[in-house]
Write a protein that binds this ligand. Structure first.
Ligand code: ADP
Ligand code: MG
Length: 775
C-alpha cells in the first residue's frame, strides 16, 4: 500500500513537476503572446498613425487638386478659345493677304478706311489672345502633369491602404485563433483537476506519512491552485487586454471607414466641382462662340466692304496695270533708244566738232590771210597816202601873242577842203596842200582821231614815228603832251593801245613798255633813269640782227593808265629839276617817248614787235640867221643839224637813194628802224596863226609840203633806195651842209651836257634797265 502510495506520490510529484513545467511553458507562452500582442498593438497603432498621416496628406492633395482643377478647366476653355481664335486668325490672315495685294497694286489704298482700322484692332486682339493662349497652354500642360502624378499617387495610397486592411484582418483572425486555442488549453487543464483530487484522497487514507505528504501535497496543491488561480487571473487580464485590443481594432476600423467616407465625400465634391467647372467652361465656350460669331459677322461685313472696294478698284488696277505694262515695255526699250540716241548724238557732236574744227582751221587760215591782207591794205593805203603823212595844226591866238598888227591872224582855211591852208605872207597869199589841216578850233580828240590808225598799226607790228614839228610856241608840246585836263597824243595813244590790247587779250598776249629820252646838243639822255645826266650810246645789237639798241635806257612796263601817268610825271619831274628853265630847254631839245608793243599770238605763237616813237622836236625857228652867239648858237646849230638830218633822211628815203644818212644825227640814227622800210611816219606841223610868225610859218609849211611828197614803202628798204635829188633839200642852213654817208652820229660832240647839275631824282624804280632796247 505504502509502496503504492509512494508510487502514487512519486507519480503525483512527477505529475506536479510536469504540471509545473506545463505552467512554466504556459507562462512563457503567455508572456510571449503578451509581448506579441504588445508588438502587434504598437504595429497596428503605427499603421493607424501612418494611415492618418496619409489621409491628411491625401485630403490636402485633394483640396489642392480641387483648387488646381479650376485653373485647368479655365485653361481648357482658353485652349478652345485659342483654337477658335486661331481659326479667326487664319481668316484674318487671308483678308490681310488680300488687303496687302490690294495695297501692293498701284492704286492708292482707301486710306483711313474703317475696315483696315477694324482689321488692325482685330489683329491686335488676335495677337493678344494668341499670346494668352500660348501662356495658358504652358500652364495647362504643367497642371495636367501634376494631376496625373497626384492621381497615380492616390491610387498607390489606396492600394497600400487596402493591403494594410487585409493584413490587419489576417492579424485579427490569427489573434482570435490563438485566443481560441488558449481557451481550449485552459479548459483541458481544468478538466484534468478531479483525478488529481482523487489520487490525493487515496494517498491520505493510505498513510500518515502519506497524509503528511498528502498535506504537503495538498499544500502544494493549494499552492498550485493558487498559482492556477493566478494564472487564471493573468489569463483573464490577457482576455481583457485582448478585448481592449479588439475594441481598438474596431475603433481603428471605424476611423478607417470614416476616413474612407470622408475620402468618398471629397471625391464626390471634387466630381461636383468638376461638373460645375465643366458647365462653366461650356458656358464660356458658348459665350466665346457667340462673341466670335459676332466678330466674324463684323469681319465678314468688312470683307464684303473690302470686296466692293476691290471690285471698284479692279478696273482702275487693270488700267494701271496696262499703263504699267506699257511703261515697262517703254522703259525696257528706253536704254536701247537712249543708246541709239546717244550714239547718233555722239556722232553728230563728233561731226559738229569736226566741222567746227575744220571751220576753226578755216577761220584761222582766213584770219591769218585777213591779217596779212589787212597789213597789205594798210601798207597800200599808207603807200597811197604816202608813208609819210603830214598834217598841220594851227594853234589859236593866245595872250602871249600880244596885240596890234603883229598879232593879227594871217592863216585862213578852205571851207570845202580840209587839206588846204592859206597864209598871208608879206601881203601875198600862199597856199599849201597837206594831208590834213586842223584849224584852231580842232580839239585834242580831233587830232588824235586822225593819228589813231597809225597807233593801232603799231599793235600789228609796224614801227611808227609821230613828230611834232614847228617853231617854239606853235603848240608842239600841247599837241603831244597836252594838259592834265586835256591830254595830247602821248597819253591818248597809250590809252588806245591798252584798250586795243585788252580787246585782243583772248587771242594775243601783249606787253607794253615805255622809255623816255631826250636829245639835247646831240647827246641822248634817259629821262626815266636814275642818272639822267648820263650820256647814252646807240649800239648795234650783239645778236647780229642789225638792230640798234641803247644800253642803259630805262624801260618801264606799263599795264594801266595810272602807270603811264606815273611814268610821265616822273619824266616831267626829272626834266623840271634837271633844268632851271625847262621851257627854254625843252624848246631846244628833242623829247622822245618810245612805246614798244610786243605781242604773241596765243593760237599760232606768232610774235610781233611794234614801236611807236612820239617825238616833240626842238623849235624849228632859224636861229642861225638871227645872229645868236655862244651856247645859244651851238644849240641852234645842233637843232639845225638834227632837223636837217631828219630832212636829209626823209629826202634820201623819198628819192630811194642807195644810202640814207641815218647816222647824221642822234635823232635819225635812233629812229632808223622806225623811219625805214614799211614804217609809217606822221609829221604834225604846228603853226602859229599870227602875223609876226608868218615867216616861220611859211618855212614850216614848206618843210611839211616837201616831206609829204617823200614815200616810204616795201621797196624802199635800205638796200633798194633810189637816188635823191638835191633840189629837194630843205631851205635852211644845216649845221652839216652835206649829208655824211657814214657819219657816226653818236660820236658828235655835245658840249653843253656836262655842265648840268647832277640828278637828285629817285622817285620811281624802273621795271628794268639792263635789258637792251632795240631802237
Ligand atoms: P611849243 O611846244 O611848240 O613851244 P607850246 O605847246 O608850249 O608850244 O604852246 C605854246 C602855248 O600855246 C601854250 O601856252 C599852249 O597852251 C598854247 N597852245 C598851243 N596850242 C594850243 C591849242 N591848240 N589850243 C589852245 N592853246 C594852245
Ligand atoms: Mg614845247
Amino acid at each position: 500500500m505504502v509502496h503504492r502510495m509512494v508510487e502514487a506520490m512519486s507519480q503525483l510529484q512527477e505529475e506536479k513537476a510536469r504540471l509545473q513545467e506545463e505552467l512554466a511553458a504556459l507562462q512563457e507562452r503567455l508572456a510571449l503572446r503578451d509581448s506579441d500582442q504588445q508588438a502587434t498593438s504598437t504595429q497596428l497603432q503605427n499603421q493607424v498613425e501612418n494611415l492618418k498621416e496619409k489621409l491628411i496628406s491625401q485630403a490636402q492633395e485633394v483640396s489642392r487638386l480641387r483648387s488646381e482643377l479650376g485653373g485647368t478647366d479655365l485653361e481648357k476653355h482658353r485652349d478652345l478659345l485659342m483654337v477658335e481664335n486661331e481659326r479667326l486668325r487664319q481668316e484674318m490672315r487671308r483678308f490681310e493677304a488680300e488687303l496687302q495685294e490690294l495695297r501692293a497694286k498701284p492704286v492708292a489704298p482707301c486710306a483711313g478706311c474703317e475696315h483696315s482700322q477694324e482689321s488692325a484692332q482685330l489683329r491686335d486682339k488676335l495677337s493678344q489672345l494668341q499670346l494668352e493662349v500660348v501662356e495658358n497652354k504652358g500652364m495647362l500642360s504643367e497642371l495636367n502633369l501634376e494631376v496625373q502624378q497626384k492621381t497615380d499617387r492616390l491610387a498607390e495610397v489606396e492600394l497600400r491602404l487596402k493591403d494594410c486592411l487585409a493584413e490587419k484582418a489576417q492579424e485579427e483572425e490569427r489573434l482570435s485563433r490563438r485566443l481560441r486555442d488558449s481557451h481550449e488549453t485552459i479548459a483541458s487543464l481544468r478538466a484534468q483537476s478531479p483525478p488529481i483530487k482523487y489520487v490525493i484522497k487515496t494517498v491520505e487514507v493510505e498513510s500518515s506519512k502519506t497524509k503528511q505528504a498528502l498535506s504537503e501535497s495538498q499544500a502544494r496543491n493549494q499552492h498550485l491552485q493558487e498559482q492556477v488561480a493566478m494564472q487564471r487571473q493573468v489569463l483573464k487580464e490577457m482576455e481583457q487586454q485582448l478585448q481592449s485590443s479588439h475594441q481598438l481594432t474596431a475603433q481603428l476600423r471605424a476611423q478607417i471607414a470614416m476616413y474612407e467616407s470622408e475620402l468618398e465625400r471629397a471625391h464626390g465634391q471634387m466630381l461636383e466641382e468638376m461638373q460645375s467647372l465643366e458647365e462653366d467652361k461650356n458656358r464660356a465656350i458658348e459665350e466665346a462662340f457667340a462673341r466670335a460669331q459676332v466678330e466674324m459677322k463684323a469681319v465678314h461685313e468688312n470683307l464684303a466692304g473690302v470686296r466692293t472696294n476691290l471690285l471698284t478698284l479692279q478696273p482702275a488696277l487693270r488700267t494701271l496695270t496696262n499703263d504699267y505694262n506699257g511703261l515697262k515695255r517703254q522703259v525696257r526699250g528706253f536704254p536701247l533708244l537712249l543708246q541709239e540716241a546717244l550714239k547718233s548724238v555722239k556722232a553728230e557732236i563728233g561731226q559738229a566738232i569736226e566741222e567746227v574744227n575744220s571751220n576753226n582751221q578755216e577761220l584761222l587760215r582766213k584770219y591769218r590771210r585777213e591779217l596779212q591782207l589787212r597789213k597789205k591794205c594798210h601798207n597800200e593805203l599808207v603807200r597811197l597816202k604816202g608813208n609819210i603823212r603830214v598834217i598841220a595844226r594851227v594853234r589859236p591866238v593866245t595872250k602871249e601873242d600880244g596885240e596890234g598888227p603883229e598879232a593879227t591872224n594871217a592863216v585862213t582855211f578852205d571851207a570845202d577842203d580840209d587839206s588846204i591852208i592859206h597864209l598871208l605872207h608879206k601881203g601875198k597869199p600862199v597856199s599849201f596842200e597837206l594831208d590834213k589841216v586842223f584849224s584852231p578850233r580842232a580839239s585834242q580828240q580831233d587830232v588824235f582821231q586822225e593819228v589813231q590808225a597809225l597807233i593801232t598799226s603799231c599793235i600789228d607790228g609796224f614801227n611808227v614815228c609821230i613828230f611834232a614839228y614847228g617853231q617854239t610856241g606853235a603848240g608842239k608840246t600841247y599837241t603831244m603832251e597836252g594838259t592834265p585836263e586835256n591830254p595830247g597824243i602821248n597819253q591818248r595813244a597809250l590809252q588806245l593801245l591798252f584798250s586795243e590790247v585788252q580787246e585782243k587779250a583772248s587771242d594775243w598776249d601783249y606787253t607794253i613798255t615805255v622809255s623816255a629820252a631826250e636829245i639835247y646838243n646831240e647827246v641822248l639822255r634817259d629821262l626815266l633813269g636814275q642818272e639822267p645826266q648820263e650820256k647814252l650810246e646807240i649800239r648795234l645789237c650783239p645778236d647780229g640782227s642789225g638792230q640798234l639798241y641803247v644800253p642803259g635806257l630805262t624801260e618801264f612796263r606799263v599795264q594801266s593808265v595810272e602807270d603811264i601817268n606815273k611814268v610821265f610825271e616822273f619824266g616831267h619831274t626829272n626834266r623840271t629839276t634837271e633844268f632851271t628853265n625847262l621851257n627854254e630847254h625843252s624848246s631846244r631839245s628833242h623829247a622822245l617817248l618810245i612805246v614798244t608793243v610786243r605781242g604773241v599770238d596765243c593760237s599760232t605763237g606768232l610774235r610781233t614787235t611794234g614801236k611807236l616813237n612820239l617825238v616833240d622836236l626842238a623849235g624849228s625857228e632859224r636861229v642861225g640867221k638871227s645872229g645868236a652867239e655862244g651856247s645859244r648858237l651851238r644849240e641852234a646849230q645842233h637843232i639845225n643839224k638834227s632837223l636837217s638830218a631828219l630832212g636829209d633822211v626823209i629826202a634820201a628815203l623819198r628819192s630811194r637813194q642807195g644810202h640814207v644818212p641815218f647816222r647824221n644825227s642822234k635823232l635819225t640814227y635812233l629812229l632808223q628802224d622806225s623811219l625805214s622800210g614799211d614804217s609809217k611816219t606822221l609829221m604834225v606841223v604846228q603853226v602859229s596863226p599870227v602875223e609876226k610868225n608868218t615867216s616861220e610859218t611859211l618855212y614850216s609849211l614848206k618843210f611839211a609840203e616837201r616831206v609829204r611828197s617823200v614815200e616810204l614803202g616795201p621797196g624802199s628798204r635800205r638796200a633798194e633806195l633810189g637816188s635823191w635829188s638835191s633840189q629837194e633839200h630843205l631851205e635852211w642852213e644845216p649845221a652839216c651842209q652835206t649829208p655824211q654817208p657814214s657819219a657816226r652820229a653818236h660820236s658828235a660832240p655835245s658840249s653843253g651836257t656836262t655842265s648840268r647839275p647832277g640828278s637828285i631824282r629817285r622817285k620811281l624804280q624802273p621795271l628794268g634797265k639792263s635789258r637792251p632796247v632795240p631802237v
